[in-house]
Design a protein. Structure first.
Length: 107
């Protein structure tokens, strides 16, 4: 089952966060660098093994979106300040990343 699109999405540049408000009222605030490092594209994650190919240490601390657009009605396409632009973040992935980020804050 596919997730509903978020109710609201906004980039908060001064806090370096992407804030996503879902229809159930939950709000996820995902740090830009965290999202960039979680890019699901074939250049960042090996398609066959699922192993991370991205050198996370090479991602700048101040990486930020330079453009955010919808990819159909199922995902966000983000162009990053480090010129990376091939990742598509589905609603399911964003929701999962937000829930995982939330749970690590409370451990």
């Amino acid at each position: 089952m596919s997730a509903l699109p978020p109710k609201n999405i906004r980039a908060i540049s001064d806090q370096r966060l992407l804030e996503i408000t879902w229809h159930d009222g939950s709000i996820h605030r995902l740090p830009f660098r965290f999202l960039r490092c979680e890019c699901p594209c074939a250049g960042c994650v090996d398609e066959m093994t699922g192993l991370l190919r991205l050198d996370v240490e090479a991602v700048p601390d101040d990486v930020r979106p330079t453009a955010i657009s919808f990819s159909g009605n199922y995902a966000l396409k983000i162009v990053w300040s480090d010129s990376h632009d091939s990742g598509i973040y589905t609603w399911e992935r964003l929701r999962s990343l937000g829930q995982n980020e939330e749970s690590t804050k409370h451990e």
